[in-house]
Design a protein around this ligand. Structure first.
Ligand SMILES: *[C@@H]1O[C@H](CO)[C@@H](O)[C@H](O)[C@H]1NC(C)=O
Ligand SMILES: *[C@@H]1O[C@H](CO)[C@@H](O)[C@H](O)[C@H]1NC(C)=O
Ligand SMILES: *[C@@H]1O[C@H](CO)[C@@H](O)[C@H](O)[C@H]1NC(C)=O
Length: 367
């Protein structure tokens, strides 16, 4: 009887034993320089004060599961030509509260109109997000090139983010008359179970680019000045499925909504992409561009990406294009855009004639 009780007690003491790191979890870590990071991440509350990150180093938060991070001041990154990233965060069930504070990437130091295609080496992405949980209420200004790269290990909601690279719209002394900012993508995403909402992106490239993944929702966001909301570019051997693009406002972009597939891609599948309630105005090249000839535009399409079930359903999507733009362009390899697509919730206005090459059967518009 007593020995049975002791056994129960010892089993329960084993079950409830806490590893040494567990005790540290109740602390609050404070970061005011990179020197503070390694101690602070042993705590499950981490407060970040305003500071400047040493040039050439990544501000890397490798967090314990369940950590809450509070940004309590603005963070700037020292200027240096190097590969980056500038900021990286990883962990499961993380709550990141930006409290409206800013990460400043120092873009004007790097911008030369060439982005990641050449010229000065630019630290990129600026923000590498590898958490599940939430990342919210944070402002990002002047990213050297691509802004967010997201590869969450579990469900993640990103909300209330402001990305403002609008300073890069103007040429500078290095950019040969071109906008100084280039390849300043808002969110580059290769992942599953991600929601990005209630955010705003002012930039010179894609607002969102989904390169692969599934169960991704992009809703209630505003995109200004860039290349619109993209699925792609799609390369070889990738799958994209279950994407919802809803209630976004796209202003003064080259196009509002795009699916771009590499002409040379093989073995890829893109399916179940749903657009509802999106509004686009001041679109300079296309309203909707679905193109299997990327990186060319409306040239010879490939047949290695099978695209199906692209729908405009639910709340009406309203796209208004500039006079020399094309409201709808669909350029598919023979047999590569398949099935019947429901486009009953789409209104386009302005521009020239639509463009169709090998379109699938589409209900709601005449091809
Ligand atoms: C980096 O350079 C840019 C452009 O000159 C400047 O706006 C920014 O403040 C600089 N960052 C730091 C941390 O000095
Ligand atoms: C995003 O905005 C919508 C509409 O204002 C609101 O219902 C929703 O709760 C917001 N999402 C988050 C995560 O704050
Ligand atoms: C399409 O994607 C949505 C959103 O992820 C999902 O709810 C739905 O089940 C998918 N439909 C099919 C036919 O897979």
């Amino acid at each position: 009887m007593i020995s049975a009780l002791l056994t129960v007690l010892s089993i329960s003491s084993i079950v409830f034993a806490r590893p040494a790191t567990e005790a540290a979890k109740r602390c609050t870590g404070t970061i005011s320089s990179l020197d503070d990071v390694s101690d602070a991440v042993k705590c499950t509350t981490v407060n970040i004060n305003a500071f400047t990150v040493t040039a050439g180093s990544t501000f890397n938060l490798d967090l314990m599961d369940g950590t809450t991070v509070n940004l309590n001041g603005n963070v700037a990154f020292g200027n240096k030509t190097w590969a980056g990233p500038l900021f990286e965060i990883s962990g499961d069930s993380i709550t990141f509260n930006g409290n409206g504070h800013t990460f400043d990437g120092g873009g004007p130091f790097y911008w030369d109109g060439q982005g990641s295609n050449g010229g000065v080496e630019k630290p990129r992405p600026m923000m590498k997000i590898k958490i599940s949980g939430t990342f919210e209420n944070t402002k990002i200004v002047n990213s050297p090139a691509q802004t967010f790269s997201v590869s969450n290990p579990g469900p993640l909601t990103i909300t209330g983010i402001t990305i403002d690279n609008s300073q890069g719209d103007l040429p500078n002394s290095q950019s040969d008359g071109l906008p100084a900012g280039h390849n300043t993508d808002g969110f580059d995403v290769s992942t599953t179970d991600l929601v990005i909402e209630n955010s705003s992106v002012k930039n010179q490239d894609d607002c969102l680019a989904i390169n692969k993944g599934s169960n991704i929702v992009f809703q209630g966001n505003t995109c200004s000045g860039g290349h619109g909301i993209s699925v792609g570019s799609i390369s070889s051997d990738v799958t994209v499925s279950g994407i919802i693009i809803a209630d976004n406002t796209v202003i003064n972009n080259q196009q509002a909504l795009r699916i771009k597939m590499d002409s040379t891609a093989t073995g890829s599948t893109v399916t179940n992409i749903t657009y509802s309630g999106n509004v686009g105005t001041g679109l300079t090249e296309f309203g909707i561009l679905i193109d299997q000839s990327y990186p060319d535009t409306l040239k010879t399409p490939g047949t290695g990406v099978i695209l199906s079930d692209v729908s405009f359903t639910g709340a009406t999507n309203t796209l208004s294009v500039e006079s020399s733009a094309t409201p709808i362009a669909i350029n598919c390899g023979k047999g590569a855009c398949t099935g019947t697509w429901e486009w009953t919730s789409l209104k386009t206005s302005g521009g020239e004639a639509n463009f169709f090459f090998n379109p699938p059967t589409i209900n709601g518009i005449s091809t």
